[in-house]
Design a binder for this molecule. Sequence first.
Ligand code: AMP
Ligand code: ZN
Length: 121
Amino acid sequence: MDCIFCKIIEGEIPSYTVYEDEIVKVFLDVNPDSNGHLLIIPKKHILDINEMDANTWTHMLEITKKMRKLLETKLQIDGLTLIQNNGMIQEVKHFHLHLKPFYRDPQTILPVEDIYEKITH
Ligand code: AMP
Ligand code: ZN
């Protein structure tokens, strides 16, 4: 299947992965809206919210809370917005939850590799 996120899961395309387990993978968005913009994806190919199952969704909720703590600790974020697109506004056709950090003070968008260093060290 020609799915960019399945290729990321298989390791065929590199990603700045900050967390993974048997159910999900979490990596930095290559075109971030703010520093630390993360995507949480299920490892099985799920198209969108209609195909999402309760077990995977519950697990994604737990990992979202975990990632919020990580972003608070490593990047000192002041808020977090969750977004999940379906239909025409979904660019990548593999389910993904956006975690977009909010900062009280204006921030310069830093290179993704610099943010990756901050989060993983
Ligand atoms: P959406 O409009 O919700 O489908 O957004 C897809 C998101 O995936 C966008 O924010 C892209 O910047 C992001 N994206 C696309 N390709 C990659 C990639 N190879 N690695 C990380 N993020 C990506
Ligand atoms: Zn896929």
